[in-house]
Design a binder for this molecule. Structure first.
Ligand code: 2PG
Ligand code: MG
Length: 438
């Protein structure tokens, strides 16, 4: 039997210069599998717990040496001799060993590192590309990339509250072409910003972070950039936004606050749930926006139902903080018709098995699935293979800039090339949205 021989963790750095964990799994056949784990900034309240040392003398408390120790001792002993082809068994053992609801004892970062390194070791043993190991022999579906080209919120030091303004080249004939369209638009945006005397320095995910005054200004810039790159806004390249509205919500007052403006002592607005929905409708009516992620807070479940009723027949309503890739929250969302799409982040839930369970459940009810990076990333490209292997149809992994982001896009280019014309590029906008609530 091909079994696990040893598991070893290592403290490495993520793209923000914070420590994170890498894991190496060695098998009894000498084959090795590795994985490195990302880290979010606008984390959902119910995400699995990322464990850190808290020792202020090292990396300001952000070290992960305790997690490394857990991997090297407890987890290593627990999985030694276990079959590498039983991914579900491996993950269930990890969940049971941790023993908590949110993986806080061993840390979701350590658990996920082991889970993903095992999948890689299994694929390597079989001599299969990771996406083939994850997805089997079916047709390869290349995802539509969503490039986060303008950054705000907690990812940038400017006055914009919405965290991400993305471009979606859904009309392209292949992934490689979609990438090119996205890159050309990114550079056309850069030229426009430069001409206007605005900064072209980039935020955590490689998008520009100029000091703009309003969401409208950001959206106008995107439409101009798409047009000047020679593409048709809406028909060929549409716009997606991640409002990351949990960050803006005042739970006591039940209002959405323009926090950045308030912090900067500028005039700011605060909106009720209904007003926030009306505002999003207004933006959708004015701009070619066809995807809104976290338009409302994770604490505003009733609001999500209204938002999906208002906009869910025509555009994609994506839950990130609301579902945290957790089958339990997804189930609630399905029964309450809270959204029609879900963001998929491996480290929100902490094992590959649970992530696949969430993706498959969402797809069975006709929801769209968007695989996502985190704002703190590594050079690991696991999510590129996951998006293809599971046929998710969409991926967001930042701007086409900064190597930890382009690594994922480059891996997708390589996958499309390896498939030599056997792959299809999914035009997500031609896929039917899940039926709205009656
Ligand atoms: C998000 C993510 C990724 P973070 O909100 O969707 O873009 O940000 O990793 O900071 O949670
Ligand atoms: Mg988000």
């Amino acid at each position: 039997m091909t079994a696990i021989e040893s598991i070893k963790g290592l403290e490495i750095l993520d793209s923000r210069g914070h420590p994170t964990i890498a894991v190496r799994v060695r098998l009894n056949n000498g084959v090795v599998g590795t994985a490195a784990i990302p880290s979010g900034a606008s984390t959902g309240a119910y995400e699995a717990i990322e464990r850190r040392d808290g020792n202020k003398k090292r990396y300001g408390g952000k070290g992960v040496l305790d997690v490394v120790t857990s991997v090297n001792t407890e987890i290593n002993e627990c999985l030694k001799g276990f079959s590498i082809f039983d991914q579900t068994g491996i993950d269930h053992r990890l969940i049971a060993l941790d023993g908590t609801e949110n993986k806080s004892r061993l840390g979701a970062n350590g658990i996920l590192g082991v889970s993903l390194a095992c999948a890689r070791a299994a694929a390597n043993t079989l001599g299969l590309e990771l996406y083939r190991y994850l997805g089997g022999a079916g047709q390869v579906i290349m995802p539509c990339p969503m490039f986060n080209v303008l950054n705000g919120g907690v990812h940038a030091d400017n006055s914009i509250d919405f965290q991400e303004f993305m471009i979606r080249p859904h009309g392209a004939p292949s992934f490689a072409e979609a990438l090119r369209w996205g890159v050309e638009t990114y550079h056309s945006l850069r030229a426009i910003l430069k001409k206007k005397g605005l900064t072209i320095s980039v935020g955590d995910e490689g998008g520009f972070a100029p000091n703009l005054r309003s969401d409208d200004e950001a959206l106008d810039l995107l439409v101009d950039a798409i047009t000047q790159a020679g593409y048709k806004p809406g028909a060929e390249i549409s716009i997606g936004i991640d409002c990351a509205a949990s960050e803006l919500y005042d739970e006591k007052e039940k209002r959405y606050i323009e926090k950045k403006r308030r912090e900067r002592k500028e005039e700011f607005k605060s909106r009720t749930t209904d007003e926030q929905i009306a505002y999003l409708q207004h933006l959708v009516s004015r701009y070619p926006i066809d995807s809104i992620e976290d338009g409302l807070s994770e604490k505003d479940w009733d609001g999500w139902q209204k938002l999906t009723k208002a906009l869910g027949t025509s555009i994609q309503i994506v839950g990130d903080d609301l579902f945290v890739t957790n089958p339990k929250f997804l189930e609630r969302g399905i029964s309450e018709k809270s959204a029609n799409a879900i963001l998929i982040k491996l480290n929100q839930i902490g094992t590959l098995t649970e992530t696949i369970q969430t993706i498959q459940r969402a797809r069975r009810v006709g929801w769209r699935t968007v695989v996502s990076h985190r704002s703190g990333e590594t050079e690991d490209t696991f999510i590129a293979d996951l998006s293809v292997g599971l046929g998710c149809g969409q991926i967001k992994t930042g701007a086409p800039c900064r190597s930890e982001r382009t690594a994922k896009y480059n891996r997708l280019l390589a996958i499309e090339d390896m498939e030599e014309g056997n792959s299809v590029f999914l035009d997500t906008n031609r896929e039917q949205l899940a039926a709205p609530r009656k």
